[in-house]
Design a protein around this ligand. Structure first.
Ligand code: IPM
Ligand code: MG
Length: 319
């Protein structure tokens, strides 16, 4: 809030989602909250989940349903997760500096299809989840990836095993044929390996919902911490985008005041850029983040001892 107040004059509304909504209303997302989000210019989401609502009972509400309902309900099929290690943090990653230097990649994750939204069920001692993709769904996310690429698009799939991946590859090929940007295809297991052996080689990684979920957490470690990665989820209609850090609610440090707020601040920057057409402010905020890190700001996830409050001060001082 403080950051937003510094950047511009916004009308802010707060609504519960996830565990807070389950406690208040018995469901992770109410129709009223979905409608309020639809009526907004942008949605900034904190994080959902926590041990209190962890359950294996298929009939009990789960916090994650709120987030998935919001993504689906707002038609946000394109999830952008930029991985741009801050120069000051090149030694903060468990990977060697020489390996990370020059990394500036973008994961473009399909967000409203695949195994996350296919038919699922539990029947006695057997459970199933179904991965479904249509050509149309693949085509529209592929266009987003090409629109954002500078050097090449790496499309990640499991076409040696999955039928959805073969449809994915064929459709991406068709979209690529009309583009000047080069395309390469990579199997997901190989991509997981390449991400930590030559990350700087990637530009845009285009992939389906679950592969994108997994690879983006892996890619986050290139920046030193999962607490650094912002994201934007966009649709193709006039509705609002959703902006959220890639990390979860970090229940292990709840209430301690030590959470790294930089992924959230980075998500605010993405909201300013992609959701509110405020590029100047977005760039100013991003450079304030970089400068605060250059000044030595390190929260505990980056082996420092700055509190959330101190990190906020450090960023505001550089803005
Ligand atoms: C993410 C998260 C979510 C996902 C969870 C909370 C449902 O891990 O945004 O990456 O799997 O998409
Ligand atoms: Mg995830």
């Amino acid at each position: 809030r403080e950051l937003l107040e510094r950047v511009g004059d916004f009308e802010l509304e707060e609504h519960p989602i996830g565990g807070a909504s389950i406690d208040a209303h018995g469901v992770a997302l109410t129709d009223e909250v979905l409608e309020a989000c639809r009526a907004a210019d942008a949605v900034l989401l904190a994080a959902v989940g926590g041990p209190r609502w962890d359950t294996t009972d298929p009939d009990a509400p789960r916090p994650e349903q709120g987030l998935l309902g919001l993504r689906k309900g707002l038609g946000l099929f394109a999830n952008l997760r930029p991985v741009r290690p801050s120069p000051a943090l090149l030694d903060a990653s468990p990977l060697k500096r020489e390996l990370i230097e020059g990394t500036d990649l973008l994961v473009v994750r399909e967000l409203t299809g695949g195994i996350y939204f296919g038919d699922r069920g539990l029947d006695g001692d057997t459970a199933h989840d179904t991965c479904v993709y249509s050509e149309g769904e693949v085509e529209r996310i592929a266009r987003v990836a090409f629109g954002l690429a500078r050097r090449k698009v790496t499309s990640v799939d499991k076409a040696n095993v999955l039928e959805t991946s073969r449809l994915w590859r064929k459709t991406v090929e068709r979209v690529a044929a009309a583009e000047r940007t080069p395309i390469e295809h990579m199997l997901v297991d190989n991509a997981a390996m390449q991400l930590v052996s030559r990350p700087a080689d990637f530009d845009v990684i285009l992939t389906e919902n679950m592969f994108g979920d997994i690879l983006s957490d892996e890619a986050a470690m290139l920046t030193g911490s999962l607490g650094m990665l912002p994201s934007a989820s966009l649709g193709d209609g006039p509705g609002p985008g959703l902006f959220e850090p890639v990390h979860g609610s970090a229940p292990d440090i709840a209430g301690k005041g030590t959470a790294n707020p930089l992924a959230m601040f980075g998500s605010v920057a993405m909201m300013l850029r992609h959701g509110l057409a405020m590029e100047t402010e977005a760039a100013a905020l991003e450079s304030a983040l970089d400068r605060a890190l250059e000044d030595g700001l390190r929260t505990p996830d980056l082996q420092g001892n700055a509190t959330t409050e101190a990190a906020t001060r450090a960023v505001l001082a550089n803005l």
